[in-house]
Design a protein around this ligand. Structure first.
Ligand SMILES: CC(C)(COP(=O)(O)OP(=O)(O)OC[C@H]1O[C@@H](n2cnc3c(N)ncnc32)[C@H](O)[C@@H]1OP(=O)(O)O)[C@@H](O)C(=O)NCCC(=O)NCCS
Length: 185
C-alpha cells in the first residue's frame, strides 16, 4: 500500500466528466451546507445532522483541515456548485482497507448518477493510487437508495445486524458491505 496522506494540502483533486472532487476545507463553509445538515430527507439515514449551525459546521471543517483525511467536496464542473461530500476514512494501513461514506446534500442533484460518478472516481483512486485491498461501508438496512447505489458499484453484503443501532429513537437493522480490489490477490 502507498504511504498515506501527511498533510491535507497533499490530497489530490480528482476529476470525472461532470465532477471535480476538491479537498473538503473551510472554503466550503456555507449556509447551503448548513441547510443540508438540517434537511430531514438528507439526514434521514445518517448519524450526523440535525440542529446544525454555521458555527458547528465551521468547527467540524476546521477539524477536517487539521487532521489529514481522504475527504473531498463534490463540485459540479459546469456550475462550480458544491453539492455533497465523499470520503474514505478511516484507512487501516495494516489491513489495507478503508471506510467509505457519501452524502449528496443538494437534493436537486439526486437521481442523476452523481453519487455513482463520484464513487467510481474515489474507488479507482483508492485501488489504483493507494493500492487499498478493500473498501468497506456500513449503513442502515432501511436506506434502500444507498444499498442500490452500492450494489451498482459492485459492493456486496458481508454482514447483517438485527436491531443493531438506536437511530433517532428506534432500534434498526444495519448492513456491512465491501468491495475488493481485484488487481490485488
Ligand atoms: C444515497 C445517495 C448517495 C444517492 O445519490 P444519487 O446521486 O441520487 O445516486 P445516483 O443517481 O448516482 O444513483 C445510483 C444508483 O443508485 C440507485 N438509487 C439512487 N437513488 C435511489 C432511490 N431514491 N431509490 C432507488 N434507487 C436509487 C439507482 O439504482 C441508481 O442507479 P441507476 O441510475 O442505474 O438506476 C443520496 O441519495 C444521498 O446522499 N442521500 C443522503 C445521504 C445518504 O443516505 N448517504 C448514504 C449513507 S450510507
Amino acid at each position: 500500500m502507498r504511504e498515506l496522506l501527511k498533510q491535507y494540502s497533499d490530497l489530490p483533486i480528482l476529476e470525472s466528466e461532470r465532477l471535480i472532487l476538491k479537498p473538503l476545507s473551510l472554503k466550503f463553509l456555507s449556509e447551503k451546507y448548513v441547510s443540508w445538515m438540517n434537511d430531514e430527507e438528507v439526514i434521514r439515514y445518517l448519524e450526523s445532522g440535525g440542529n446544525y449551525t454555521k458555527a458547528k459546521l465551521e468547527h467540524y471543517l476546521s477539524e477536517v483541515e487539521m487532521n489529514p483525511k481522504y475527504f473531498w467536496a463534490i463540485v459540479v464542473k459546469e456550475s462550480g456548485e458544491h453539492i455533497g461530500n465523499i470520503k474514505i476514512d478511516p484507512i487501516d494501513p495494516i489491513h489495507q482497507h478503508g471506510e467509505y461514506g457519501i452524502m449528496i446534500g443538494d437534493r436537486n442533484a439526486w437521481g442523476k448518477g452523481i453519487a455513482r460518478e463520484a464513487s467510481s472516481l474515489v474507488i479507482d483512486f483508492c485501488f489504483m493510487e493507494l493500492n487499498l485491498r478493500k473498501i468497506n461501508l456500513g449503513l442502515l438496512a432501511t436506506n434502500s437508495a444507498a444499498i442500490k447505489l452500492y450494489e451498482k458499484l459492485g459492493f456486496e453484503q458481508e454482514a447483517y445486524f438485527k436491531a443493531h443501532v438506536d437511530h433517532k429513537g428506534e432500534f434498526v437493522d444495519t448492513l456491512r458491505m465491501a468491495i475488493f480490489n481485484t488487481a490485488i490477490k
